[in-house]
Design a protein. Structure first.
Length: 62
């Protein structure tokens, strides 16, 4: 499981709490924080950064 959140997300504390909860379920998980991004990744270049990070994560399973 891979979780993503924007650094400027007003609920980033909630995302970190959820990440800790999932870890307690003994699932393989990682939290990626996109610096300078809001929840929707609408800032210039942040969607591309999000996509690049996601593709890199998937490639780790190939």
């Amino acid at each position: 499981m891979r979780e993503y959140t924007g650094e400027n997300n007003i609920n980033s504390r909630g995302a970190k709490k959820m990440h800790e909860h999932v870890r307690q379920l003994k699932m393989q998980t990682a939290l990626a924080i996109i610096r300078g991004a809001s929840h929707n990744f609408v800032e210039e270049g942040k969607q591309e950064e999000f996509y690049k990070e996601t593709v890199g994560w998937f490639k780790g399973f190939l």
